[in-house]
Design a protein around this ligand. Sequence first.
Ligand SMILES: Cc1cc2nc3c(=O)[nH]c(=O)nc-3n(C[C@H](O)[C@H](O)[C@H](O)COP(=O)(O)OP(=O)(O)OC[C@H]3O[C@@H](n4cnc5c(N)ncnc54)[C@H](O)[C@@H]3O)c2cc1C
Length: 346
Amino acid sequence: MSSSSYDIAVLGLGAMGSAAALELATAGLQVVGFDRHRPPHRFGSSHGRSRVIRQAYFEDPAYVPLALRAYELWNRLERDSGESLMRITGAVMIGPPASTVVTGTIAAAERHGLDHEVLEASELTRRFPAFRPADPETAAVFEAQGGTVVPETAIRAQLRLAARRGAELRFNQAIESWSAEPGGGVRLQTAEGEVRADRLVLTAGAWAPDLLGGIGPRITVTRQTVVWMAPSAGLALFLPDVFPVWVWEPASGPTFYGLPALEGFRGGVKVGIHTLGESCHPDSVDRELRESDEPAFHTFLSENIPALEGRVLEGEACLYSNTPDANFVLGHHPQHPQVLIAAGFS
Ligand SMILES: Cc1cc2nc3c(=O)[nH]c(=O)nc-3n(C[C@H](O)[C@H](O)[C@H](O)COP(=O)(O)OP(=O)(O)OC[C@H]3O[C@@H](n4cnc5c(N)ncnc54)[C@H](O)[C@@H]3O)c2cc1C
């Protein structure tokens, strides 16, 4: 009955699935990849024209080796694709001296011998005049290797190279269900028929909970808003040669992050809320910015980065997939070793 059989199927071709498909095709495997849309797109977790990348990972020093490897692979992808993907601007983690972003960044940097500088509030403002912490007790950690990656360009490059290396990529084709075969192998059901592969990589982002059976409910999806500000005072303080990427965990209220004005005078300055937003499902979430989303940004910016206050040029919602302890779900399916899960990137 089923006509085609592959070494490995990749379910979901966003940031993670496109990277997996490229690596697997490069390794010489017969790869088939599926996506319900045509990535890059704005329905999942990988849109918004920029991402923060950094090495001194405050969330847990255990992630530092992965981050260092990611830098190598971004550099390789730039060489192989001829695209410019990564820009090093420096990163600054800001908060009270006992905050997670400050203590966690120092711990990760010390454990792995990464260059970093601890700054007091006055020094932070001297280096980056846009930052004017309302709380004089604020501290900061500067990491010169932090910077930005362009997710849409990266996904496009990964898919293009994966296809060139023989991966068969099927867009606008949702996997309706999958099943593991007792002797190994998997069967995937699409509207157009069944496909068989020896193994499956499950990289379905915010849809992963629907596809993971009993593990699914442990991953919760939240609506996360970002805005692009047009600062009243102009963009000069926010251009990427003078302004870093940043994460700011204030003593109270949500944690924010932001990036320099990467699109120069055409675009605004991006700011996002990292604290978890409302729970949602990717098929019904409101992806537009609502008026009620805006006041939190204005309050934080007027208190701490007043030069960035101004008009909201545009905004949107994106999806986080969160695990109970905020660690990634990365490894073999507990019942089906032929299935690899890469989800819950929190
Ligand atoms: C606002 C925001 C800001 C962020 N900032 C940062 C940051 O600065 N730095 C950082 O490192 N990370 C950041 N992240 C997190 C990062 O973007 C995500 O971890 C990453 O994009 C997740 O990629 P993914 O491949 O898992 O998901 P996606 O890219 O969403 O890919 C999943 C894909 O699976 C497809 N799919 C789903 N179900 C099916 C199905 N049944 N059949 C076929 N296809 C299917 C979807 O169409 C989609 O294309 C941010 C996320 C958001 C939302």
